[in-house]
Ligand binder design. Structure first.
Ligand code: BMA
Length: 295
């Protein structure tokens, strides 16, 4: 049984704003939380200087968003000289924790910040400190076997790290890699923070297919509830792939790339960056995904 996401007819839901210098070129990969009856969306934006900043938008229906005029999170550290990219948000206790890619001449690294209101932030800086390129990080929403768990990516695989305090991370474990002969044969990385279901942790991920113009697609993995290093199931076919004109052509062609999946009215809402240029929404019935998990 294979699954497919359905694009929302009002796509794309966010586009660059020509009057805002910091986001007049590209808006794309975004984090979303659905809390207190609102969708809070934090998105990566670039203007003429090509430095990535993070903007904030809010909505009551998940489709029509109001945006702030200024970014809410901009580069502030030496490790972020080229930008702050690809936010992912997990609520732990009463705070929202944002993992993001800090990009500097050293390369991409995984960094962490937290907030209660999406406007003012506490910054913890780079948290995976190894001098190896790293990105695509997200936190599990609860401790597993007494430890916080972070997913990150030492290319080309998805890895875990463990922590007692959310700040110091160690004990890396390699969890899943590319598959020869598949749509994810070059590299894989997490999409959204994992969602707990009765069948296991549901993980949205992206897979890249090798070629002169690599293609970014999305799929699911199902991970064991008590031992999430164990992959129980993985999409044979992608659940979303570039098809629309604004997914195939744009800042970076042939890209659907997601950092966010939230449950709303018995559907999963998947927000994704299209061709590193727009933000779009695709959905799927929770029921269908549960049947896939069960099958
Ligand atoms: C990845 C990340 C994403 C981007 C994707 C496609 O490596 O940098 O931010 O959307 O490439 O360009």
């Amino acid at each position: 049984m294979e699954l497919r996401l359905e694009r929302h007819p009002l796509n794309p839901v966010l586009a660059p704003i020509p009057e805002h210098l910091w986001e007049d070129k590209f808006v794309f990969n975004c984090a979303v939380v659905n809390d207190d009856g609102l969708f809070h969306l934090l998105y990566r934006a670039q203007g003429a200087d090509m430095v990535s900043r993070i903007g904030y938008a809010v909505s009551s229906d998940g489709i029509h968003f109001n945006r702030l005029e200024k970014p809410v999170f901009s580069p502030a550290l030496r490790d972020e000289l080229y930008g702050v990219e690809d936010p992912r948000i997990t609520k732990i206790g009463d705070r929202y924790y944002m993992t993001y890619t800090a990009y500097s001449p050293k390369g991409p690294r995984v960094a962490l910040a937290s907030t209660k209101n999406f406007i003012t932030w506490e910054r913890y800086g780079i948290v995976i400190k190894d001098e190896i390129n790293n990105k695509d990080a997200a936190l599990f929403p609860e401790k597993i076997n007494g430890k916080y768990v972070m997913i990150h990516r030492f290319e080309p695989d998805i890895w875990y790290a463990y922590s007692d305090d959310l700040i110091n991370w160690s004990n890396y474990v390699d969890v899943a890699g590319p598959r020869k002969g598949y749509w994810d044969n070059l590299k894989v990385g997490i999409g959204a923070p994992p969602i707990k279901t009765s069948y296991g942790w549901l993980l949205l991920y992206h897979g890249v297919e090798d070629g002169p113009r690599p293609i970014y697609r999305l799929g699911f993995m199902l991970l064991d509830l008590n031992n999430p290093t164990k992959v129980l199931k993985r999409s044979e076919e992608p659940i979303l792939e570039p098809q629309e004109e604004w997914e195939v052509f744009g800042g970076v062609p042939n890209v659907v790339f997601s950092d966010a999946m939230v449950e709303y009215e018995r559907k999963y809402y998947v927000y994704y960056g299209a061709a590193d240029n727009y933000i779009a929404l695709a959905t799927i019935d929770v029921e269908k995904v549960m049947r896939w998990c069960e099958s």
